[in-house]
Design a binder for this molecule. Sequence first.
Ligand SMILES: [Zn+2]
Length: 228
Amino acid sequence: MQKKYIPFAVFFVALLMFLAHFGTRYTTAAKPVSVFAEEEKAIYLTFDDGPSTKVTTAVLDVLDREGVKATFFVVGDRICGRRDIMRRMAEAGHAIGVHSNTHVATEIYASDEALLKDIEACAEVIKEAAGVTPTLYRFPYGGERRKRQKALVEAQGYTVVGWNAECGDGVARDATAESIYRTAVSTAGSKRRVVLLMHDGAGHTATAEALPRIIAHFREAGYDFRTF
Ligand SMILES: [Zn+2]
C-alpha cells in the first residue's frame, strides 16, 4: 500500500467499526427482546433416592410418553434387584448420577474418606448395572451447603448438582399430586433455568402422578427439557 492511501484506509476501517458498533445496537433494539429470552428457558427434571420398583417405573413410563429426558441421582443399595430399571434408564437416554451408596448420613459424613468411599461404591454399582460411568453427584441431605466436601468431590472429577426449585415431596409426608404440582410451579417462579428436585424412592407415588402435569406446565411456558 502506498503511503498516501494509509490515512484513507484508517478512516475506512474506523467508519466500518463505527457502523458495526451502532448498527448492531440498532438491530438489537429493533428485535423484540422476549423472542430471544424464550429460547433461553430450560428445565432440568431431577429425581433423587431411587430406584424403586413402582415409582421409578411409573416415572420412566411418563418420561417415555412425553419424550422428555431427566436426571436420576440414585442410591447404590437400592439398585440391588432393580438392574433392569437401571438399564432401562440408561438405554432411554436419561442421565444417571451418584447420590449415595447407603443414604445413611452418619456413615456418609463420618469423614472425608467415608464420603469418597460411599461415592466410589455407588459409582461401581451404577457402572455394573447400567453400563455407564457416572460423572454427576448430588449430596444427600443438603444440596451444595457442604463447601469443603464439594471441592473434594469435584477433585474426583464429579460435577456437583444442586437445585433451585422443589416440589415438596421430600419433606411433606402428606404431599399430594396437586400440592407437588403447585410447589414445583411456585418455587420455579420466573427462573429461566430451573433445576427441579423430585424424588422417585419408594412411596413417592404422588410425584409420579404429578409429573405429567408438571411437564405440561413447563412445556406450555416455553421451557426446554434438558439433562446434565
Ligand atoms: Zn436423598
